[in-house]
Design a protein around this ligand. Structure first.
Ligand code: SAM
Length: 287
């Protein structure tokens, strides 16, 4: 840990930089955690790794040793300068200075596969916490040709992502995560593993992308719209929440469909399985 701390402080000093809070810059300084992230990602020498938010390049260095190629996406120009100097001699690194949310990652992966033979594409990141959810949802909803996503995020969000529908941390996003991937919690990471320390505890998790979804539903977008509305008013019954949020026009209409699906009229949104939401969505589409 000592060496990484020294190195991080040295680079910040050399380039006269300070961690930019508004960009979620908390630099990882714990070697064990870095190794755990890299080992969990199971990178082989024929893999392409996409790293989001490489920062000063601490994790990047580990990734470059394992992967065939690493593509880093970094928004902060100051970090890009550091990375260019630090990894000048590496031939397997490409840096994209852009907001990851604006990138066409599908095209980037397609282009890379055309350039060279690649076994799997893996996303690895210590994510900027201020945009964790939009990034994770983009990575899943863009239906990328990737094998896994190994990320460090806030523990509170991680616990929601890896929960099962019906669990105590379950939210609307739990259903999306379970639809697109098999989530697994890896380790909790204390604030002291970063410079500067973030305000919250972190957690590493791995999402193994499903080749085909684990349930059948006619219109997934519609199903996720229903799930979102169900969680807008958690204290209400599902039926009332869906009427209030305009999924159903009247209580009578909702009652009819609930009866067809076999749902208790007083059930709460978080108690439904993904299969039940799929069934509700399919009946709703037929109404
Ligand atoms: N990977 C480094 C580490 O582990 O020490 C830095 C991680 S830091 C938590 C998050 C990084 O994401 C920062 O370098 C920040 O500049 C970058 N970042 C923030 N918003 C971004 C965005 N929209 N697109 C790409 N990178 C972003």
């Amino acid at each position: 840990m000592e060496n990484i701390v020294k190195e991080t402080k040295f680079i910040l000093n050399k380039y006269n930089l300070k961690a930019n809070k508004s960009l979620g810059q908390n630099f990882l300084i714990n070697k064990e955690v870095l190794e755990t992230i890299v080992n969990s990602a199971e990178i082989t020498s024929n893999d392409l790794v996409i790293e989001i938010g490489p920062g000063l390049g601490t994790l990047t260095e580990f990734l470059l040793e394992k992967a065939k190629k690493v593509i880093c996406v970094e928004l902060d120009e100051n970090m890009v300068k550091v990375l260019q100097d630090r990894f000048l001699l590496y031939k397997n690194l490409e840096i994209i200075n852009e907001d990851v949310l604006k990138l066409d990652l599908n095209q980037i992966i397609k282009d890379e596969r055309q350039k060279q033979e690649i076994d799997n594409v893996k996303i690895v990141a210590n994510l900027p916490y201020y945009i964790t959810t939009p990034i994770v949802m983009k990575l899943l909803e863009d239906k990328l040709d990737i094998e896994s996503i190994t990320i460090m995020i806030q523990k509170e969000v991680a616990d929601r992502l890896i929960d099962k529908p019906g669990g105590k941390n379950c939210g609307a996003i739990t259903y999306s995560i379970n639809y697109y991937s098999e989530p697994e919690g890896i380790i909790e990471v204390d604030k002291s593993s970063f410079i500067p320390e973030p305000e919250v505890t972190s957690k590493v998790l791995k999402l193994k992308i499903r080749k085909t979804p684990n349930i059948k539903v006619e219109n997934p977008e519609k199903m996720f719209k229903i799930i979102k509305c169900a969680f807008l008013q958690r204290r209400k019954t599902l039926l009332n929440a869906l009427v209030l949020n305009g999924i159903f026009e009247t209580k009578e209409q909702a009652t009819k469909i609930f009866e067809k699906v076999g749902l208790d009229l007083n059930v709460r949104g978080e108690k439904l399985t993904l299969e039940e939401y799929a069934k509700l969505s399919d009946y709703y589409s037929q109404k």
